[in-house]
Design a binder for this molecule. Structure first.
Ligand code: GTP
Ligand code: NA
Ligand code: MG
Length: 291
């Protein structure tokens, strides 16, 4: 990458933690929405992606993930494009099974963690005990000379969300995140679905380049000519730049969550890439059958 093409981009912050510890509520508070209340059974079942403008004017892209044990693959996919993990821990429960899983995942992938110690408005909240448990998990907490910040918050009441936002933005600045805004587009599929009226749609995060209408994309065995782009509010947009989530309309096949997206220069090139990938995947299937 030639340095003159590199420009700052928003951090991608993935919110993770044990089921019901308050991830969606936190994101709702940060963007003034009410997603948690509308979820079936109060359980998040997909990765939601949107950009929040902090009060200091900086943009941060947040990914919501489900805490339910069944969604471990989804958390692992989320971790793929994550710059920073906000680990939500309910102070009444402390460290639980998915809390441990997230800490391991972040440590394995070398992604910095900021702990949002949530539900401190509850009388059962035990901040000191939660911190002890985090320490036992090998997190180097700041107050013990490490670099992991623990911010006590109430997602529900909005307590200390400014401190959390500040911590995220300080960490992002420290990382000096930059991407190329020109050249072939690359991205990652965050989620993907066939919509009854709109057809095949994917949510993606662009990681380099600028995605525009007419771009030809391949992802796994899927192929798209971009017909329309939408932001996280469903509003049509002309382009999507690095670090921002975008909905892509125009897939011929449905791409898979977690797969890379690459822009190619022509339909012809897309067809040849896909023919090659199909042949490879058939070869692999044939080999599996032999074994
Ligand atoms: P999953 O997506 O299912 O893993 O859950 P989640 O982590 O997104 O939790 P969610 O935001 O759905 O919150 C679970 C419950 O905790 C809801 O009833 C929230 O209202 C409640 N809750 C979340 N944050 C707080 C808080 O700060 N204080 C209190 N008292 N309740 C909270
Ligand atoms: Na929940
Ligand atoms: Mg949730």
């Amino acid at each position: 990458a030639s340095p003159e093409n590199l420009r700052p981009r928003p951090p991608v912050v993935t919110v993770m933690g044990h089921v019901d510890h308050g991830k969606t509520t936190l994101l709702d508070s940060l963007r003034g929405a009410d997603v948690a209340a509308g979820e079936a059974g109060g359980i998040t079942q997909h990765i939601g992606a949107f950009t929040v403008q902090l009060s200091n004017g900086e943009s941060v892209t947040f990914l919501d993930t489900p805490g339910h044990a069944a969604f471990s693959a989804m958390r692992a996919r989320g971790a793929n494009i994550t710059d920073i993990v906000v680990l939500v821990v309910a102070a009444e429960d402390g460290v639980m099974a998915q809390t441990r899983e997230v800490i391991k995942l972040a440590q394995e992938t070398n992604v910095p963690i900021i702990v949002a110690l949530n539900k401190i408005d509850k009388p059962e909240a035990d901040i000191e005990n939660s911190k002890r448990e985090l320490l036992q998990m090998g997190l180097n907490l700041e107050e013990y000379g490490g670099d992991v910040q623990v911010i006590p918050i109430s997602a529900l009441k909005g307590t200390n969300l400014d401190l959390l936002a500040e911590s995220v933005s300080t960490q992002a600045t420290l990382m000096g995140l930059q991407s190329e805004y020109v050249g072939p587009v690359e991205g990652v599929v965050v989620e993907s679905q066939t919509h009854s009226k709109r057809g095949k749609l994917s949510t993606a995060i662009v990681t380099r380049g600028t995605l525009r209408k007419g771009s030809i994309l391949v992802s796994g065995l899927a192929h798209a000519k971009v017909r329309a782009l939408f932001d996280h509010n469903g509003q049509p947009v002309e382009e999507a730049t690095p670090g921002t989530p975008v909905e892509i309309l125009g897939w011929r096949e449905l791409p898979m969550a977690g797969d890379l997206i690459l822009e190619v220069e022509s339909d012809r090139k897309a067809s040849s890439v896909l023919r090659y990938r199909q042949a490879e995947s058939q070869k692999m299937k044939a080999e599996e059958n032999i074994e």
